[in-house]
Design a protein around this ligand. Structure first.
Ligand SMILES: Cc1cc2nc3c(=O)[nH]c(=O)nc-3n(C[C@H](O)[C@H](O)[C@H](O)COP(=O)(O)OP(=O)(O)OC[C@H]3O[C@@H](n4cnc5c(N)ncnc54)[C@H](O)[C@@H]3O)c2cc1C
Ligand code: FES
Length: 398
């Protein structure tokens, strides 16, 4: 087992809807749980024929709990009647094979799509489908604060709708501060009779406008990529500043800001690089690198991940040798990856959080520090661009 993983026992498995199930984990050792911030995710080792693959699942519980973690997973089966396509590796393993009492290797919570707990203004938690999981962890936290919250959730129908009673209980605890609004794309007759939803169809501009808080708000967005693109455009259209929208993709996606700067531009996504282990070569995920939720100051939230020094203040010159590009490091950049991208370079990446090694390059001169601890630390003469900053002058083979 890699040093970064610990063995956890599955202590409960709870079906939340026809396609979504929660798993509760407790460490096998006597050590306390790693601490987590609402919005972060766990990395699980999923056994496959020739070893294991890594899959990431957001923590969906109240992360102040010290007894166990919970993840909530949608079963990603192959499309109907397509027998040549395999079922989803990680989600179907969890749903079909993992049972209470089983042991799973899990790495420390990570991720920068986290609730900014220093803010006071209203919060909108906007989710589609299983994208509600990190937002649910945020809702658990927000219920104990004076902030107003809109929990706006869209899904297909009551059959797939998960965690509804949990959200209702939290809303009740909020004593009027927490509004939950549920939109079913295609409610069934049963849904209509039991009135388990508030609106029908898609979330459109009029609906969103009628629900958004009047005051400035912070928006957290997570769901299927087309849903996120549509919601992002509507939010910006309604005047929500881009910097107030933090988002996370569970799958393929490009930074949503590019939709707004050039709406005609086709949506493309960077592919997982050749340096990514085969096992995760198809895994693509992006956390909005520019969202305020992960600004320098806010990173202080993720205390256990931060290194002691802060090179954002150190400065230094970054030389990308193959491109012949030299730039001064400035505190506006979150990472070396971001500096490269801002200057027109297109290094490969996938996870943007130190898990997949897609962004690994040779470090020809100088030193870097990691603000996100790499899951599989690179050699001293290598660097993961996505999660590092320079300590003084550096030269990188890019
Ligand atoms: C930060 C983060 C947090 C996440 N949190 C959650 C969470 O809380 N809950 C959750 O449910 N998910 C979450 N995800 C998504 C999760 O990590 C997995 O991506 C998801 O479970 C699918 O993985 P899988 O191994 O089951 O499917 P994969 O094996 O990756 O397959 C995905 C789909 O593709 C289909 N497929 C496979 N091969 C082919 C092929 N050749 N052609 C066409 N289709 C094919 C499969 O049938 C399946 O439907 C998160 C992702 C990220 C990045
Ligand atoms: S992009 Fe995955 S480690 Fe950097």
């Amino acid at each position: 087992m890699s040093a970064n993983f610990r063995h956890f026992k599955v202590i409960d498995k709870v079906q939340e809807s026809s396609v979504i199930t929660s798993f509760y984990f407790k460490p096998d050792d006597q050590d306390p749980l790693w601490s987590a911030v609402p919005g972060q995710y766990l990395t699980l080792q999923v056994p496959v024929a020739d070893g294991s693959v890594l899959k990431t699942y957001s923590l969906s519980h109240d992360v102040s709990r010290t007894d166990c973690y919970r993840i909530t997973v949608k079963r990603e089966s192959a499309p109907l009647n397509q027998t040549d396509i395999p079922n989803g590796v990680g989600s179907c393993w969890l749903h079909d094979q993992v049972e209470v009492g089983d042991s799973i290797e899990i790495a420390e919570p990570r991720g920068s799509f986290v609730l900014n707990e220093t803010r006071k203004r209203p919060v909108v938690l906007l989710s589609g489908g299983v994208g509600q999981t990190p937002l649910l962890a945020m809702l658990h936290n927000l219920v104990n604060t004076p902030r107003d919250v809109l929990y706006l959730h869209a899904c297909e129908d009551g059959d797939v709708h998960a965690m509804q009673s949990e959200v209702s209980e939290l809303a009740e605890k909020g004593q009027g501060r927490i509004r939950s609004h549920v939109v079913y794309r295609q409610p069934t007759e049963k849904d209509k009779q039991s009135k388990t939803f508030d609106d029908e169809g898609l979330i459109d501009k009029a609906l969103l406008k009628s629900l958004l808080p009047i005051d400035d708000c912070d928006v957290y967005l997570c769901g299927p990529t087309p849903f996120m693109e549509a919601m992002y455009l509507l939010l910006v259209d309604l005047g929500v500043p881009k910097k107030s929208i933090a988002y996370e993709f569970f799958g393929t996606g490009s930074p949503l800001e590019s939709l707004v700067s050039d709406p005609e531009k086709p949506i493309t996504s960077s592919t997982a690089g050749s340096k990514a282990p085969q096992s995760i070569a198809n895994l693509k995920f992006i956390t909005n690198p520019d969202a305020w939720a992960i600004s320098e100051q806010d990173n202080a939230n993720i205390v256990h991940m931060n290194s002691q020094s802060n090179s954002a203040d150190v400065g230094g010159v970054v030389h990308f040798s193959r491109s012949g590009l030299t730039r001064n490091w400035s505190r506006d950049n979150k990472s070396l990856l971001e500096l490269a991208e801002k200057n027109g370079l297109t290094p490969e990446f996938s996870c943007r959080s130190g898990i997949c090694n897609s962004c690994k390059h040779s470090l020809l001169k100088g030193e870097v520090e990691y603000f996100e601890e790499p899951l599989d630390p690179p050699e001293k003469n290598e660097v993961l661009l996505c999660s590092s900053r320079p300590l003084g002058d550096v030269e990188i083979d890019l």
